[in-house]
Design a binder for this molecule. Structure first.
Ligand code: B12
Length: 261
């Protein structure tokens, strides 16, 4: 590394070799055989994207009739990092042991958590990662928490069936996994679930959490959920949110009761 090392947060740019150089690595495939013409086409495309200068690091045959490129280009664009505001989950991160202990002492019973991959979505791996004993990335799943009665209903669970079961089992928390997002089906299914729950008078009685690779916290809030978790979520992050949300609601309801007296 050489040159300027100070980060200018008001003019934030990608970093490559020198602070503020705006270097971006691009990787793409052109549906033509690798050739000097293919290389020139790739350079011109990247220039059209606004990058300058442009350096081709790799041109390789990806398959018959396809050339894969790795290209470095520099952007002149920057942005003011100090002005970035993001809606994010604010729950304090706690360990499984601490969460179990707080549930035991402050709630006094197990929280019932029903999880499912809903609609016609058959991708179970995400909800399994969050719920199953073994968990994900070295972080145990919700089934291992002593304070949670976590039940994984699997995939292709219809919204109405999930809500029916939630009433029957007196669920505290509903976990919804949405992976397929073609034609916005994940958003449609999530909104429908909340609409139905509201009609059934369940919306404020239960905590609604969504997750999946295309789920973000702001998007989940927009669909009427309490939180949304995306790629790489660990079960303890979900358990931390559930606990904090439950305690907040408990405190609010206790404050209301006190006011009435
Ligand atoms: C495995 C897989 C399958 C398997 C699923 C097997 C199973 N039992 O799950 C099978 C072969 C059945 C399958 C089928 C299909 N698939 Co598929 N599949 C995948 C694949 C390769 C991996 C998904 C996965 O397991 N990820 C690993 C888990 C751990 O990651 P995750 O789901 O993101 O979960 C994490 C977070 O998102 C979050 N999370 C997830 N859920 C929840 C829930 C809660 C409550 C919380 C808090 C957090 C949370 O926590 C998890 C851990 O961090 C992806 C491509 C890819 N590489 O991602 C395509 C992919 C998801 N499939 C895709 C498609 C299109 C399909 C099919 C429609 C294909 C077809 N034409 O038939 C069908 C759909 C079937 C159906 N009815 O749903 C597309 C989806 C495109 C889109 N955006 O809509 C993908 C992205 C492939 C692609 N690039 O096109 N698929």
């Amino acid at each position: 590394m050489s040159g300027e090392t100070r980060v200018d947060l008001k003019k934030l740019k990608p970093y490559g070799d020198i602070m503020g150089d705006g270097t971006v690595q691009l990787c793409f495939t052109l549906p033509v055989e690798p050739s000097p013409e293919a290389r020139e086409a790739a350079v011109q495309l990247v220039q059209k994207m606004g990058f300058d200068p442009v350096k081709v690091a790799t041109m390789e045959k990806a398959a018959d009739g396809f050339a894969l490129f790795v290209i470095y280009g520099n952007t002149k664009f920057s942005l003011d990092f100090t002005k970035i505001k993001v809606l994010k989950i604010e729950a304090k991160k706690r360990s499984r042991e601490v969460i179990d202990e707080i549930i035991r002492t402050q709630i006094g019973r197990k929280l019932i958590v029903l999880g499912a991959c809903t609609g016609y979505d058959a991708h179970t791996v995400g909800i399994d990662a969050i719920m199953n004993m073994k968990g994900f990335a070295g972080d145990y799943g919700l089934e291992r928490y002593k304070g949670l009665d976590a039940r994984n209903l699997g995939a292709q669970v219809l919204n109405d069936d999930l809500l029916k079961l939630a009433v029957q089992e007196k669920a505290d928390v509903i976990l919804v996994s949405k992976v397929v997002s073609q034609h916005g089906i994940h958003i449609k299914d999530m909104k429908t679930l909340v609409e139905r729950a509201t009609k059934m008078g369940l919306r404020d009685k239960m905590i609604f959490v969504a997750g999946g690779p295309r789920v973000t916290h702001p998007m989940a809030l927009e669909c009427g959920f309490d939180a949304g978790f995306g790629v790489g979520t660990k079960p303890s992050e979900v358990a931390s949110f559930i606990l904090e949300e439950y305690l907040n609601r408990q405190a609010q309801s206790q404050a209301k009761t006190k006011k009435r007296k």
